[in-house]
Design a protein around this ligand. Structure first.
Ligand SMILES: [Zn+2]
Ligand SMILES: [Zn+2]
Length: 242
C-alpha cells in the first residue's frame, strides 16, 4: 500500500534529484543530467591487479606500487567510477536511504562494467562484503548485498549472502595507511558452510574500494576455505594517491 501511494505521488509531484535536490520532471525520478555528467567513470590506464586508475590518461595498464609491495589475495579488482563528487554523494545518501531507482541505476552500471572487465565471465557465485550485524541493524540493509542482488539478476550468476560474515566491527580507518588497515581488518570476518565455496570461482562485490584491505582479507579467507579464485568488483574506487 505504501509503495502504491509512493508511486502515485511520483506521478503527481515533481521529484528531486537524488544528488543535488533540484526538481526533476514529473514522473522522472533519478539523478539530474548535471549531476550525472560530473560522474567520472574509470578508464584505462589502471593497475592490472587492483584496478586503481593512474593520474596520467595515457600509457598501458601496469601494476601499481601498492600491488608490487603488498600481497593481494584476489586475482583482479575492478571498479566502475571514481569515489568523488556526485557518485560519492549519491552512494553516501543511498547507504542511509535506499531508493529503488538508484539501486537499479547502480545495477545497470555494474552490469556494463562487469561484461567490459570480464568479457567471458565464468563465476560460480557472487558474494557481498558483509556488514557487522550491529551496523546492519542500525542501517537496515547491506548496500553491498543490494548491488549483488542486482548483478545476480542481470548476469544469472547465483549469489550467497550468509557464507561470508563479519564477526568483529572494524574501527574507523580513515587515518590508517594501507599496511595498518590490512592489520586492522585481519581476523574480522569468518566463513560459514565452507563446503559451498570449495573449488568455486567467486566474484566479491562491495560499494567502495579504498585501500583494498577489506576485500583482500575477505579474499584471503575465501581462498583459505577452499575457493579457487576471487575477483572483486566495486561500484567506486577511492583514489588515494593524488
Ligand atoms: Zn542533481
Ligand atoms: Zn594495484
Amino acid at each position: 500500500m505504501r509503495v502504491l501511494v509512493k508511486s502515485l505521488l511520483h506521478w503527481i509531484l515533481p521529484s528531486q534529484c537524488y544528488c543535488c535536490e533540484t526538481l526533476l520532471e514529473v514522473g522522472q525520478p533519478g539523478i539530474c543530467p548535471a549531476c550525472l555528467s560530473t560522474i567520472r567513470w574509470i578508464e584505462p590506464p589502471f593497475c592490472t591487479r587492483c584496478g586503481v586508475p593512474f593520474p596520467s590518461r595515457v600509457g598501458e595498464n601496469h601494476l601499481c606500487g601498492g600491488c608490487l609491495t603488498r600481497r593481494r589475495y584476489f586475482t583482479i579488482a575492478r571498479a566502475i567510477g571514481y569515489y568523488e563528487g556526485s557518485l560519492r554523494e549519491v552512494l553516501h545518501r543511498w547507504k542511509y536511504e535506499e531508493k529503488t531507482y538508484v539501486t537499479s541505476f547502480f545495477g545497470e552500471k555494474l552490469e556494463e562494467g562487469f561484461f567490459r572487465y570480464w568479457p567471458r565471465p565464468s563465476f560460480d557465485l557472487i558474494i557481498p562484503v558483509p556488514l557487522h550485524p550491529k551496523r546492519l541493524k542500525e542501517r537496515g540493509f547491506n548496500q553491498a548485498l543490494l548491488l549483488v542482488k542486482e548483478l545476480s539478476r542481470r548476469t544469472r550468476i547465483p549469489y550467497a549472502k550468509r557464507i561470508l560474515q563479519k564477526k568483529i566491527p572494524t574501527p574507523p580507518q580513515v587515518l590508517l595507511n594501507g599496511e595498518a588497515r590490512d592489520k586492522g581488518v585481519r581476523g574480522s570476518f569468518h566463513i560459514q558452510n565452507a563446503e559451498e565455496i570449495r573449488r568455486k570461482r567467486i566474484l566479491l562485490v562491495d560499494d567502495v574500494y579504498t585501500t583494498g584491505a577489506t576485500v583482500n582479507e575477505c579474499s584471503r579467507l575465501l581462498l583459505k576455505a577452499g575457493a579457487e579464485q576471487i575477483d572483486v568488483l566495486t561500484l567506486a574506487h577511492a583514489v588515494l594517491h593524488h
